[in-house]
Design a protein around this ligand. Structure first.
Ligand code: NDP
Length: 243
């Protein structure tokens, strides 16, 4: 007899991990992946915020579970990897802007502690999480990695406010994305970077009409690329972004 969904989770349900999924664009990506049928691991560092996000996703019919994850902690990342059984998609979304007070991100008065802090989350965090999850991803049929970057990291566009810690962190994230893509050449692991656009979240003080769901769309596209899809690129809704 056919065993339908009521018999429990189907064996081939794909699992996706989204870092920083408790709010903003990460939450919208988690919700979007859930709506596409993924089982979603909600990576978040705060217990209360993570539990709340998982409950909100489940209330919308999404198969979500929480994973304690601080991307700046090797131990936290290792423990997270140990709790996940299967992984098809990794979305490295967690990111910070860093302090901007007192010229902290004016290049002429740059506070290097702010640079270190921002790099630790936006770049080293991505490397920590990606490398810890790679053994799981390599077991998947069509593994996809999406790095949520920013067009502020584009050296060609020179867009957005001057933020001499944040913008270079995204430039470096883009460069690391290309390094990973080259390392994955000839394998089934596909990695790309994206810019969600200027989105209403805590990060931007909600100073934009663009919704987190709109911002999540490009990450969802890259998370579900076919096997012959692009590798090591930088995309937004309109297409390729100039490096
Ligand atoms: P939010 O500030 O709303 O959300 C950021 C998320 O990252 C939160 O869940 C936060 O968790 C999490 N996070 C931060 N540090 C860590 C950490 N050490 N470990 C785990 N999680 C962490 O920002 P957005 O949703 O706007 O941004 C998401 C991504 O999109 C970022 O990478 C950002 O750079 C990028 N982006 C955003 C744009 C925008 O216009 N909003 C434009 C371009 C790029 P917590 O709640 O615990 O702080």
């Amino acid at each position: 007899m056919h065993s339908g969904p009521s018999m429990g989770r189907v064996k081939d349900t794909k699992t996706a991990l989204v870092t920083g999924a408790n709010k903003g664009i990460g939450f919208a990506i988690a919700q979007g992946l859930g709506a596409l049928g993924f089982r979603v691991a909600v990576g978040a560092r705060d217990d209360v915020r993570r539990k709340d996000a998982v409950e909100r996703l489940r209330a919308r019919g999404i198969d979500a579970f929480g994973v304690a994850l601080d991307v700046t902690s090797d131990d936290s990342v290792a423990e997270a990897a140990a709790t996940i059984e299967r992984l098809d998609v990794l979305v490295n979304n967690a990111g910070i802007g860093g302090r901007t007070d007192a010229g902290a991100q004016d290049p002429t008065t740059l506070d290097l502690d702010v640079v270190r802090t921002v790099l630790d989350t936006n770049v080293f965090g991505v490397v920590r999480v990606t490398n810890a999850m790679l053994p799981l991803l390599r077991q998947a049929t069509s593994p996809r990695i999406v790095n949520v970057s920013s067009n502020m990291g584009s050296l060609a566009l020179r867009t957005g406010p001057i933020m001499a810690a944040y913008a270079p962190s995204k430039s470096m994230l883009n460069s690391i994305t290309v390094q990973y893509a080259r390392a994955f050449d000839g394998t089934n692991v596909i990695v790309n970077a994206c810019c969600p656009g200027y989105v209403a979240t805590d990060f931007t003080g909600f100073a934009s009409p663009r919704t987190p769901e709109q911002g999540a769309a490009i990450a969802l596209r890259l998370a579900t690329l076919p096997d012959d899809g692009p590798r090591g690129g930088f995309f937004d809704d309109e297409g390729v972004i100039a490096w």
